[in-house]
Design a protein around this ligand. Structure first.
Ligand code: UDP
Length: 235
């Protein structure tokens, strides 16, 4: 096995599939099945899921929302997505629990590092919702933070592209893909992998990031089996 414990970051945007908004049940169920499959390989899994398919604080602020309230709405959006994923995991028979960075029992248990590790060691998938619990952060930062705290071997960032490119491959056909790249190069080249705060946290705490296309069914398992289908970010 390549990694013993992973932090999987899923974007809220991917969850909307072809729909353009909300939760695409087909995509949700594909994610759940893929996660169950790798849990069955004995990998310990923590998950952070974004909320961009429902609400983003920054775009809310652009429309006149108070930024802090907008961010709180965004954090609630991540809780909605986390509950959806939890439900889908339950439906395929994968034991899991949702933890929240903000107290909201009984929707989820208040986040606790040791309880999370204990659950993962017993084969439960733990979904960390509500990001960091603070405004002005993102779920990228939330996943760096949780990944470091739970002592994950790697953060697997599931996106809709198959790695990191010199430019946006959806806009620039001459863009080429990196096999691996350093955190500082990601920052100095201004590559949009994660926001700078999240990247800097991973850099300072030596948490490698592996970017891959999670929307192709089977890819999560491929990554964990050692297939080099994405881009590794390291020191
Ligand atoms: N958010 C926040 N603090 C956090 C994590 C998230 O305020 O620690 C808010 C922020 O408004 C963000 C929204 O939640 O825009 C949704 O998260 P994100 O944009 O990271 O989701 P993604 O883009 O990955 O779908």
């Amino acid at each position: 096995m390549r990694f013993k414990r992973i932090l999987l970051k899923l974007s809220g945007e991917s969850l909307m599939g072809e729909q353009g908004y909300g939760i695409d049940v087909k995509r949700l169920n594909e994610y759940a099945q893929q996660i169950k499959d790798v849990a069955g390989m004995g990998v310990q899994i923590g998950i952070v899921i974004g909320g961009g398919n429902i609400f983003r604080g920054l775009s809310g602020a652009g429309k006149g929302f108070d930024r802090v309230k907008g961010d709180q709405m965004g954090m609630c959006a991540t809780v909605i997505n986390s509950l959806a994923l939890s439900s889908a995991l339950g439906a395929v028979g994968q034991k899991n629990r949702v933890m929240t960075a903000i107290r909201m029992e009984p929707i989820g248990e208040f986040y606790n590092k040791w309880k999370a590790i204990e659950a993962m060691e017993q084969g439960e998938v733990v979904i960390f919702s509500a990001g960091t619990g603070s405004p002005y952060f993102t779920t990228d930062t939330g996943s760096s933070l949780r990944g470091i705290e739970i002592e994950a071997d790697v953060m697997l960032k599931g996106t809709r592209v198959d790695g990191i490119y010199t430019a946006d491959p959806e806009k620039d056909p001459t863009a080429t893909k990196f096999h691996d790249i350093t955190y500082s190069e990601v920052i100095s080249r201004g590559l949009k992998v994660m926001d700078i705060t999240a990247t800097a946290m991973c850099m300072q705490n030596d948490l490698p990031i592996y970017v891959f296309n999670m929307d192709i069914v089977g890819n999560l398992q491929r990554v964990l089996s050692g297939e080099e289908i994405g881009t590794l970010v390291h020191n």
